[in-house]
Design a protein around this ligand. Structure first.
Ligand code: SF4
Ligand code: SF4
Length: 349
């Protein structure tokens, strides 16, 4: 989060640091970059049943240390592109090919088989795939209707291209598990009033026209918080989010729309109905002191942040005391117009 200290447009929120201390932060812009995490593929392809069935990130840790395997079988889409997670995790095919090449480089006599549903080494990464084939990595297509069978020292698979049933020796089986959205996204999304997609990732306002924006002003996103993607793609998107943030932070003042809501503090009873319905997080309740007949009271009053308000009118509709009005579309103005329409109709008749 970034802060325009002292600005009327600032948003306040409370955060808890790693030591458990809570503090209030003021910010004008927030970039959601919560990332994603590798699925633990328990229940898929004997993961957790045999110690030699591991994930790609566990393989990468081994490659940095004591890697000894002679026969490696990699299984793609281990937990993705199924009913539970229908999306392609995008990074796994490239990661598998990269790791297969590392194994071949360390030990050219090692065998590496990659069992795939479709190899998705998109764009320039196709070159990596060609290099892996040239280095002797074998690619075998399987179907989601005939999944590979994983034993402790052997893998059986039906090769979709040749039509043969294959038995492959394996002393290490590596599952390409997908990136999944962190569970905390479901807590963060309502805090910023931003949406999630059906897979739990943050959903931008428009994939082509506003790829790092949310409908809520001043909140942007980047990286795998949005969907699985490679590091270079995340960096490019982070640069885009930073540029969008600068379009706000570089200004001394912000111009708000003329059609925004305004609270009549006299009528507001602090019920919070407007805060709950505002889809853009533009309303917050504040505690204020008022004095009546010489006695001071602490009460809650609603306040609209003009930089965030989109003038949708939902708050004015929900307010039980009529304390909220949209400028230029006040309740009395609208009612006068409706009354005029009926009067005119009567006269014409
Ligand atoms: S709904 Fe109306 S009364 Fe309730 S907090 Fe909002 S402005 Fe105040
Ligand atoms: S008009 Fe819409 S955007 Fe503005 S404060 Fe009311 S509910 Fe929120």
């Amino acid at each position: 989060a970034s802060c325009l200290v002292g600005s009327e447009m600032c948003i306040r929120d409370r955060v808890r640091d790693t030591a458990g201390r809570e503090q209030e932060v003021k910010f004008a812009v927030a970039v959601i970059a919560t990332g994603a995490e590798e699925l633990s593929p328990a229940g898929y392809f004997s993961y957790g049943e045999f110690p030699n069935v591991i994930t790609q990130s566990e393989l990468e840790a081994k490659l940095e240390g004591d890697f000894k395997a002679k026969h490696v079988v990699m299984v793609q889409c281990a937990g993705s592109r199924n009913k539970e997670r229908p999306y392609c995790s995008r990074v796994c095919c490239i990661t598998a090919v990269k790791n297969a090449l590392r194994i071949k480089k360390m030990d050219p006599s090692a065998t590496v088989h990659v069992l795939y549903r479709e190899m998705r080494t998109y764009g320039a990464w196709e070159e990596l795939y060609s290099r892996a084939r040239a280095a002797g990595v074998r690619f075998i297509a399987y179907s989601d209707t005939r999944l590979p069978w994983i034993g402790e020292k052997e893998v059986r698979v039906y090769d979709e291209i040749t039509g043969f049933d294959l038995e492959i020796d394996a002393d290490l089986i590596v599952l390409s598990a997908p990136l999944v959205a962190p569970a905390t996204n479901r807590q963060i999304a309502p805090m910023f009033k931003v949406p999630l997609d059906s897979n739990g990732f943050f959903l931008e306002v428009h994939i082509k026209l506003r790829p790092v924006d949310f409908a809520t002003e001043g909140v942007f996103l980047c990286g795998t918080a949005q969907a699985p993607k490679l590091v270079d793609e995340s960096i490019a998107q982070a640069a885009a989010a930073a540029s969008r943030a600068c379009t706000i932070l570089s200004r001394k003042s912000l111009e708000s729309s003329a059609v925004i809501s305004k609270v009549n503090a006299e009528l507001c009873v602090g019920c919070g109905a407007c805060e709950a319905v505002c889809p853009y997080g533009a309303i917050s309740l504040k505690e204020v002191w008022i004095e009546k007949q010489g006695i001071s009271y602490k009460v809650r009053k609603s306040g609209v942040n003009p930089a965030l308000c989109k003038g949708c009118g939902a708050c004015a509709m929900s307010c039980p005391t009529g304390a909220l009005d949209q400028q230029h579309f006040r309740n009395d103005q609208l009612l006068a117009q409706v009354k005029d329409v009926f009067t005119y109709s009567e006269e014409v008749r």
